[in-house]
Design a protein around this ligand. Sequence first.
Ligand code: ATP
Ligand code: MG
Ligand code: MG
Length: 563
Amino acid sequence: MRSIIDNDLARQTYAGRLDADGQPLPQVITRFPPEPNGYLHIGHAKSICLNFGLARDFEGRAHLRFDDTNPTREEQEYVDTILDSVTWLGFNWTANGKEHLYYASDYFEQLYQMAEYLINAGHAYIDSQSAEDMASNRGNFNEPGKDSPFRTRAAAESLDLFRRMRAGEFVDGQHILRARIDMASSNMNLRDPALYRIRHAHHHRTGDAWCIYPMYDYTHPISDALENITHSICTLEFQDHRPFYDWVLARLAEGGFFTQPLPRQYEFARLNLTYVITSKRKLRQLVEDHIVDGWDDPRMPTIVGMRRRGFTPESLQLFCERTGVTKSDSWIDIGTLDGCLREDLDPTAPRATAVLRPLKLIIDNLSAGEVIACQAPVHPHFPERGNRSFPMSNALWIEQEDFMETPTKGYFRLFPGNKVRLRYGFVVECTSCDKDADGNVIAVHCTYFADSKSGTEGSANYKVKGNIHWVSAAHALQAEVRLYERLFTDPQPDAGGKDFMLALNPNAKEVVHAWVEPGLAVAQPDDKYQFERHGYFVADRIDSCAGNLVFNRITTLKDSWGK
Ligand code: ATP
Ligand code: MG
Ligand code: MG
């Protein structure tokens, strides 16, 4: 895409244009045109980063345009969340102090006038075939279509019908406005495509002003031209629509509505991510069937969901840049996204300790009530960020996985007779464990070595292989921690028409009651941490508050667990 733009700049394709107020127009104007019929997802993020990113890099501008020509599926709620998501991603539609936020519905009158022109110029006609006849006369890939008996209708008659369509004289489907192109074209999109249909429906912005609505393929090129778009970027499935895009603009340019240079459409592959679905319809099904807890469920690939999960705008921007734009469909490994996330969070996220599956560790040679202050860096690579401190006492919480009564080969953590280091604390030697009536381990006992404290000279005398994290039972805070996994078990859950509902991962969400270090009392919604040895976590932006901490696991650490 960049080389296409470089070329246009070199050839001055869009140089010297002026807007309606006589102001010079940038040579690169892109647009992101969502339909407000659902929440944006990672695929849209890709398109947003591409369009707004190009505008930024080429000193142009990007428009945010709502493609709201389908009244029955669109709602204000979706407009609001889309505005919010684009802003959160780090982009804005203001350039030189002017907002470039547009609605295709604002063009309804112009679109209508242009349609009247096309009728008068012989480029469009009112077809009154039944829907079935229209479909069967369209032909197929092997067979040319058949002309409608209404194709030869005089312009004056079509115009009269079109005006009466607008006036509401007909019911839905009774007539349709079609372009007069070529019913034998090998491109199905040129077999007299529909321009306008009757639809008695309330529109979320224009109310009941209209009962005819323009088709997407007609509206899109005109909206682009009205906004002086230069590079109109869309996904590959629109490649076959490009000839019609160009046809509409060429006819209207002949009619004096537009002047050269006209916008041009460019197609790129959709983003396909393994283990993820990016179809609004399918995502809606997950919400409506209560497979997830709403559009902003942290497992959803929606922007609101990813934001709640703890993704950052920077990580998504990095991901979109790194995966680039391609001309052929391919699947991007979800690991690439996690990698970008870790790259962004690793240097920024403060470290903290959380014990997710707690087991009591009792230090028998420390008396109850005795407290030793321990310190750890906020971030190991940035000493200037200072230290955090937390107390050690005779009763700690450790992870269940960090104790084995009978160790397996290569297990270096706690087992009777073995020594480990309590991270940022002391070396302890495991002595025994307590069990309940069923034989479950309920507590582990150890003794500590007073001269082994981390950071002191004596610590060097202790060589231990295990290094485990812990929190003081009397001081730790309780937190709900939501452990998220992929929503699907199949890397391509909906490829080739597969039923994605059969590939749902039943373990995509696990809730544990964890103990976290006391310093996390100050965690604000959206604050992100690395819980050492576990991964990256965020305080849930909806449910977490002082006194009721809730953390979401954003992603695990790259390093494997328990080393
Ligand atoms: P869906 O098919 O899920 O409903 P859509 O493409 O119809 O999505 P729109 O609101 O029309 O949704 O999309 C707005 C823009 O986002 C379009 O330009 C579209 O090409 C782009 N887009 C949507 N999904 C992807 C994707 N997976 N990868 C790249 N771009 C995408
Ligand atoms: Mg669409
Ligand atoms: Mg679509």
